[in-house]
Design a protein around this ligand. Structure first.
Ligand code: NG6
Ligand code: CA
Length: 507
């Protein structure tokens, strides 16, 4: 009897919740996650070398965040935080991963996908994964069932690239197996030793369509040498120029699916990562060479997604977020002319550093939030991190409370995200490659150590931070040009303590 009553009570709560929320209030969520697109790369953020009219249109009718951040200045840690709501430095494995790495997210750990799925969303990943695949014992067979991976972390559907375009294997994974793999031509992948006897960038540089550094001189797949070695799987190999169109087609198919429930689509584009091989129809679209042409291609894809949302009558009920996993880089392993053709284009906007850096250019990211029903057009200075998306999107999806084992570093900043409040985070730890810093309000503190300065932009520049650390006032000095540690020693100390407290380390 008791059980029956309980059952009825639960049913009634669920019903009243559904009624209170109103069917139309739970938005579809389209999270467009760019790769290596800097704060200043989009024309709505001041980019000059490439025009991004489709993104700009969303920025105009949506909210343009000026203090939106990725959690880290490289890919894997940022994606880890984005999906789990936890600082990546808490997980030692959350470092740039080889294509053969095991999954670094515990399958018991809640993710945006599993939380939204639990709330009745249909969820999909399309694009770049780069969080590892398979068990830690390395037992995964690329020719069999691939996982654990996205399907075990709450995605109903996944069409993806295991790591990055510059890392083998150069194939698509459809849910949990390699697409178009011929069982008579099995694939093998290694990052330790040469497998098979295919040409590499070292043995056959004359076969290359673009010259690469030593690190990117493993197996040549379709004229591009990669990090790592692979053999076999000929029929499954993609041509880099087709990557973007294929991801777009998969995303569109998912958006067009007949369904009752709202959707969550994590569309993780490969643009603007190396190798930058945009489709020939975008070649020459910008003044920046392939780097800018790939951004034009990204923008075009965004336009297509918007078009499909409109055609399927879902545009008004879809929350679109556009942001990027880390700051920009010009040279990143392939001599594709990005440095020579950059001109005056400020890929990191007014910020110092870029990809790999703990300076603002590493993590300050373009972030556009668009939802005709709920977002008032404008700009916001509120500090928001992608790490906050889990808690914030859960709220927007009507989830009362996150599971108790969910990442605790993310905050519910949904009001700030939608522009209803200018109160975002008070402070946030920032992660560079091998370095940490903290921003609190207008202040930023970088503790002692060696940090990447203008990572990959021009030559690699390293910057040594002295014992006392460095303090910047981002309001007066967004470009982090003047260390004011000696003028404000108490402030510096306050931030250093906060950094100790947040990280459990001693700086
Ligand atoms: C680096 C690669 C770089 C890029 C990066 C990952 C070298 C010398 N450089 O290790 O080319 O692949 O990893 O980029 O190997 S990210 O955006 O996925 O973090
Ligand atoms: Ca990246």
């Amino acid at each position: 009897m008791n059980m029956l009553l309980n059952g009825i009570a639960t049913l009634l709560t669920a019903l009243s919740l559904a009624l209170a929320m109103g069917a139309t209030e739970r938005p579809n969520i389209l999270l467009i996650y760019a790769d290596d697109i800097g704060y200043g790369d989009l024309s709505c953020y001041g980019g000059t070398g490439v025009q991004t009219p489709n993104v700009d249109a969303l920025a105009k009718s949506g909210l343009k965040h000026l203090s939106g951040y990725s959690s880290s200045s490289t890919c894997t840690p940022s994606r880890y935080s984005l999906l789990t709501g936890q600082y990546a430095f808490r997980n030692e494995g959350a470092q740039i991963l080889p294509g053969s790495a095991p999954l670094i997210i515990d399958v018991e750990r809640p993710t945006i996908a599993s939380v939204l799925k639990g709330a009745g969303y249909r969820t999909a990943l399309v694009g770049k994964w780069h969080l590892g695949l398979g068990k830690a014992d390395g037992s995964m067979d690329w020719n069999g069932t691939i996982g654990p991976g996205p399907l075990q972390l709450g995605f109903d559907k996944a069409f993806f690239l295991a790591a990055t375009g510059d890392r083998v294997p150069s194939v698509f994974i459809d849910d949990d197996s390699i697409l178009n793999l011929d069982p008579n031509d099995p694939i093998s992948v290694s990052y330790e030793e040469m497998v098979g006897n295919e040409p590499t960038g070292i043995s056959h540089p004359e076969l290359l369509r673009v010259q690469a550094d030593r690190q990117h001189s493993g197996t040549i797949v379709k004229g591009i040498s990669r990090i790592g070695y692979m053999a076999g799987g000929e029929s499954a190999r993609f041509r880099d120029e087709d990557l973007s169109d294929r991801f777009l087609a998969e995303a569109i198919a998912f958006i067009e699916e007949e369904r009752e429930e709202p959707f969550f689509l994590y569309f993780a584009t490969h643009e603007n990562h190396v190798p930058r091989m945009p489709h020939p129809r975008f070649q020459g679209a910008s003044s920046l060479g392939p780097r800018g042409d790939a951004i034009a291609q990204f923008d075009w894809s965004v336009g297509k997604l918007v078009e499909v949302l409109k055609e399927t009558d879902q545009y008004r009920d879809t929350l679109i977020i556009i942001t990027s996993d880390n700051g920009p880089v010009l040279f990143d392993g392939y001599w594709d002319g990005a440095e020579q053709k950059n001109g005056d284009h400020q890929a990191a906007g007014p910020y110092r550093g870029g990809k790999y850096s703990v300076f603002e250019g590493g993590t300050r990211s373009p972030m556009i939030v668009h939802w005709p029903e709920r977002v008032k057009p404008g700009e916001s200075e509120a500090i928001v991190s992608q790490m906050d998306f889990l808690a914030s999107l859960a709220t927007l999806a009507g989830v009362d409370a996150l599971p108790t084992n969910a990442g605790k570093d993310g905050q519910d900043v949904s009001e700030a995200l939608l522009g209803k409040s200018d109160q975002g985070r008070e402070y946030m730890v920032q992660q560079g490659m091998g370095s940490l810093a903290i921003r609190a309000g207008d202040w930023k503190y970088i503790p002692k150590g060696v940090v990447s300065d203008r990572g990959g932009i021009g030559e690699w520049i390293r910057h040594r931070v002295s014992e006392k650390g460095e303090l910047y006032n981002l309001k007066n000095d967004p470009g982090e040009t003047e260390d004011v540690r000696d003028q404000y020693p108490k402030k510096a100390d306050e931030l250093r303590k906060l950094l100790d407290q947040e990280t459990g380390r001693t700086f």
